[in-house]
Design a protein around this ligand. Structure first.
Ligand code: FAD
Length: 380
């Protein structure tokens, strides 16, 4: 039995803890936010990740909390519909497949609720320093608490602290797409029902969609950004959004008002994480921290859930040999990660937004292959 610290309790962290606890390890989660995940955008559980969720017995719970989208409209500066589809959405793809589109906070709650009581989640704390002496890892937390673990796993997303402490700076591993997204909740002032709108104005645009209850919208503004930008705190970030949306029309003033009041507003760079390896000594990375594919692929949650299951399976195969386990994890995951990260090359070309048929013709066939591009073991 080994004590394993997992830093980050969004999607990857609780999924990994679930599989590790089941395999007889003692996982502990540390999460820097004061409580459970809140807000966020719609994410997709596809292909191999759906099989992982089914094996966890959580597919029904995820479906019950899933998005209920019926279609998408593209509108212009005056709200005039330019195009519509009742067969797909831009965020989730076509409806005629079993994939699950779900808000990030809701999937996180499904995963956290599935953890049995021995799995501790320490909210409001984070790793300040760690020292791997070959036989274990001494961790000092921001709270001042110290504890020794057998292994430490970073599941802290794109801006992982464990990655920074152990592997190197963000600039060494992040491939920026030059854009940051700002999702937040807003009242459903449009009266939309199970619908998504992509606003394409003469000076730019953004995406809006309903929550499953239709009581709220999630709005997702975007601004140009580089890796080195430091937009500061909430006020500076909102000032940046206001400056970049100044020329936009449609419902923009109303959404800017809602943004100011949104409790869950955040601004995040869109980037991929590309690393030559995801482990060193007794420390490893999983999910976005190690191989974020970026929202341009829609495959982040899929890599997160599959990565958690593969890492746990490899650790349970050789519980006394983490080197072999980490090596097995890297060997099995890398082709899957590469196949899914490559989707961003197809969705960041002008045709993606200009040609309504491009998704079905070009992206979907590649995605349908990539989402299954791994042999899963230990699911029974
Ligand atoms: C705008 C946007 C749109 C997206 N759209 C899609 C999509 O359509 N489909 C899809 O599949 N994916 C999408 N994604 C990606 C998806 O959200 C991620 O891939 C997925 O959430 C990865 O989960 P994770 O647990 O690895 O990381 P995250 O969800 O980023 O979670 C990291 C967790 O670690 C915590 N944390 C951070 N730093 C520390 C620290 N120092 N100490 C302790 N805890 C810490 C955070 O609070 C958070 O709870 C999108 C992402 C964004 C930003």
């Amino acid at each position: 039995m080994q004590d394993i610290l997992i830093s980050g309790a969004s999607i990857t962290g609780p999924a990994l803890a679930w599989w590790l606890e089941r395999a007889g390890f003692r996982p502990v989660l540390v999460e820097r936010t004061p409580g459970r995940a809140r807000g966020g955008h719609a994410i997709d559980v596809r292909g191999a990740a759906l099989r992982v969720l089914e094996a966890m017995g959580l597919a029904a719970a995820a479906r019950a909390s899933a998005m209920r989208m019926k279609g998408v409209s593209v509108v212009d500066d005056h709200g005039q519909e330019l195009w519509r589809s009742e067969e797909m959405t831009i965020s989730g793809g076509r409806f005629d497949n079993p994939d699950i589109e779900i808000l990030r906070d809701r999937l996180s709650h499904v995963l956290v609720d599935a953890l049995s009581p021995p799995v501790e989640i320490r909210y409001g704390d984070s790793i300040a320093a760690l020292q791997d002496d070959g036989a274990g890892v001494d961790v000092t937390f921001a709270s001042g608490h110290r504890q020794r673990f057998d292994l430490v796993i970073g599941a802290e997303g794109l801006r992982s602290q464990v990655r920074r402490l152990v592997f190197g700076e963000d600039k060494d591993f992040l491939r920026s797409f030059g854009i940051a997204l700002a999702p937040f909740s807003a009242p459903n002032t449009l009266g939309l029902e199970d619908w998504q709108i992509s606003y394409k104005g003469s000076a730019g645009g953004y995406m809006v969609y309903t929550t499953p209850e239709n009581d709220e919208l999630r709005v997702c503004f975007n601004v140009p950004a580089t890796l080195d930008d430091n937009p500061g705190g909430r006020d500076e970030q909102m000032a940046l959004i206001r400056a970049h949306t100044a020329g936009l029309q449609w419902e923009t003033p109303r959404f800017l008002e809602a943004m100011a009041a949104a409790p869950d507003f955040y601004l995040g760079l869109i980037a991929q994480v590309r690393m030559p390896r995801w482990s060193t000594g007794r420390v490893a990375l999983v999910g976005d921290a190690g191989y974020c594919p970026s929202p341009f692929t829609g495959q982040g949650a899929t890599l997160a859930l599959v990565g958690a299951q593969v890492l746990a399976t490899e650790l349970s195969r050789t519980p006394d040999d983490h080197v072999a386990a980490f090596s097995g994890y890297e060997t099995r995951m890398r082709p899957f990660v590469e196949a899914n990260q490559a989707i961003a090359d197809l969705t960041t070309v002008p045709e993606f937004s200009e040609d309504p048929e491009y998704y079905a013709r070009v992206v979907e066939p590649v995605l349908d292959k990539a989402k299954f591009a791994i042999e899963l073991e230990g699911l029974d």
